[in-house]
Every structure is written in C-alpha cells, then in structure tokens.
Design a protein around this ligand. Structure first.
Ligand code: SF4
Length: 357
C-alpha cells in the first residue's frame, strides 16, 4: 500500500494542517458557487479547532475539501492544503483513501444515516481495522470491543452483535466515534456531531471527544453552527461567513473580546441560562449571501446593524488585534467608536438582530 504521508517528512514540531488561500467553487447552471473563497489557517498538533457559522457559510465544504470528500465533477479547487508538511490538495480519491482512517477521519452529523442499518456494529467497527491495518478477523473484533469500552459503551461484547436500530441515538454517535478512531487518526473532523442529540447526551459526547483527543494527542476540527458547543471544547475558533473566514482567535480571547459583528450576533442568538423565562430568542435577520453573486464589500453588510457606506463597497481584509493570534475582517469592529455610535442610535433593544430589508 502506498504510504502517501511519508513518515520521514513528519515534523512533530510543525503545524499539522496548513491551509493557504483555499477556494472550493462549484460550477452550476446559475454560475460559479464560491462555497469556500480564500480561507487560510493553521492547526497545531493535538489542538482542537472549532469552525463555526450558519448553514451556507462554507464550514462543511471546507472540512470536506480538506478530506478530499467532494465530487470531482463540477468542483474547482484552488490554493494549498498541507497536512504533515505535505501537499494533499491535489491528491485524487485513490491516494486520499490511504489517508482516510489512518490519518484523518470524520464523524458525520446523523449516525442513523451514516451507519449501515443492515450490518452489525462489530462488523462496522472491525472493517476499517481489517482494511487499513490488515488485522485478522479475531484481532479486529477484539479491538472493536476495546474501542467500545473507550467510547464508554458498556457490555461491548454483546453490543458488537447488535444492529444500529437497537441502540439509542447517543450510543449510535459513540459507535461513530469508535469507527472514526479505530485506526488512530492524527486528525478527526466532527461535523455537527451533537445536533441530533438531546442536551445532556450532547455534553457527554463533547466531553468524550475532548478526552479522546487528549489521550491520543489527536487534533480535532469541530464543525458547528453553535458557538456554545465549541466554547468549552476547543483551543481556537474560526468563524466563517459567506465562504470566508471572518474571525479567528484562541477560544478565550474570542469570548472575551469578539470583534466581528457577525460573531457577536451568533453569540447573542444562544439562549442564556440566566435569561428570564419567556425571553425571546434573538435571531440574525435576513439570509446568508448568494454565493453566485456575493454582495460587493463586506458579505455580512446586508444583515449587519452597523453597516456604513464603506462596508458596501470595500471588502474588509483580515487584520490582527493586539493579539496576533486574533484576526478579524471588519471595518467597524465591536468596541470601535463607530460601533458605539451606531449602537447608541439603535436605542431600543431590537427583537431581531440584523437588518431585515
Ligand atoms: S465591515 Fe461593516 S458590514 Fe461588515 S461586519 Fe463590519 S461593520 Fe458590519
């Protein structure tokens, strides 16, 4: 089997993942959809990165671009994706197959559609072990039982012989995590891993992912629309809007001093535990931008409360705060004099964040 990621080239001190000006565009009848439009970021080994944004922000397409999970027909990819100091952005599916499982793995949103309903849990966990690691059947099943223990599923030996419909939603998601971790990947993507689960199970799954990341010194990319999900479970957060990276910062810095009005709006749309009962939930008015004809200037301008003329014509570049690790793309960031001036004009607390026109 071809070893696509050469062991000799691994530099344990260098970043695990480096994206430079990554663009993923889709050719459609309406025109070119710029789903990811010039994203650059790095991820260190063993760290957790949250990629946050609404539907259509490009977060899922970005993670699928890194994993090479996009259809080749009609897709245009540009820019550089370096993993373990090697360019993987230009690899085809055949070569990426050697990276999937052993180097990178993904947990999808809905385990019910990702697991094979006709195959026993044990076989679904053992299969990647046999294909990627060449284990014999007995060793693969014994390893599968140990993996169920790792993801805190009791009575593993019995569970291995069950089908997905015999397990609860939380257990199915744990099985997905066991499958993803079976071959000991260096990097794990979790795409909205808790959306289909109730709140208490959500917290357990996020804690489990975090524990496994630390135990295995694995990097984690957590893709979600919910800033609350990434708050206690990531080292860094990247906020995406309209296919672009609009703010990136260490998690604590972002929550302490968010700069981009879009990040602020996402934050305000999370229900707070100390809100009085019947408090109306904030929502971001308007719709995400049309990625075939994105607005000129700042892509968030049609929905932003603080838009000024410059926002409509000039695209804000990513700039750093005093902390070089905290970057944002906004002409009038949260806390600026113009921001306060606009806020003072909006004297009444709006029920809806953002302009609805
Ligand atoms: S650049 Fe202007 S429109 Fe865009 S987020 Fe900042 S204030 Fe709002």
């Amino acid at each position: 089997m071809t070893n696509v990621i050469q062991a000799a080239n691994r530099d344990v001190n260098g970043p695990l993942l480096e994206l430079t000006d990554v663009k993923t565009h889709f050719r459609t009848r309406r025109g070119l959809v710029r789903a990811v439009d010039g994203v650059s970021l790095t991820l260190e080994r063993g760290k957790a990165l949250g990629i946050v944004g609404e539907s259509g922000s490009g977060k899922t397409i970005l993670s699928r671009s890194i994993m090479g999970l996009l259809p080749t027909k009609g897709t245009e990819r540009h820019g550089s994706i370096r993993f373990e100091q090697q360019e993987i952005g230009n690899l085809g599916r055949k070569q990426m197959r050697h990276i999937w499982g052993k180097e990178m793995a993904m947990i999808f949103q809905d385990p019910m559609t990702s697991l094979n309903p006709l195959m026993k849990i044990g076989k679904q966990i053992a299969e990647p072990l046999r294909i990627h690691l060449g284990m014999d059947k007995a060793t693969a099943w014994a390893t599968a039982e140990r993996l169920l223990q790792d993801v805190r599923i009791p009575e593993g030996a019995r569970r291995l012989h069950q089908y997905p419909h015999e397990l609860s939603g939380g257990m199915r998601q744990r099985v997905m995590i066991a499958i993803a971790m079976a071959c000991g990947p260096t990097m794990l993507f979790a795409d909205e891993p808790t959306t289909a689960l109730d709140v208490t199970v959500q917290a357990q799954i996020l804690d489990l992912l975090n524990d496994q990341r630390k135990d295995r010194n694995m990097s984690l990319i957590l893709v979600t629309h919910d800033l609350g999900v990434v708050a206690g479970h990531t080292d860094e957060i990247a906020v995406m809007y309209g296919g672009k990276l609009v703010e990136k910062a260490p998690t604590r810095a972002l929550f302490a001093d968010m700069k981009m009005p879009y990040t602020e709006a996402l934050m305000q749309s999370i229900p707070k535990i100390d809100d009085p009962s019947h408090t109306r939930l904030m929502a971001i008015g308007g719709r995400p931008p049309d990625l075939v004809n994105p607005p000129q200037g700042c892509r968030f301008a049609p929905r932003c409360l603080y838009t000024r003329d410059k926002c409509l014509t000039e695209e804000p570049p990513l700039v750093a705060t005093d902390n070089p690790e905290h970057t944002y793309a906004c002409w009038y960031p949260v806390g600026s004099p113009e921001y306060h001036e606009s806020k003072a004009r909006l004297s009444e607390t709006p029920v809806t964040i953002g302009r609805l026109d």
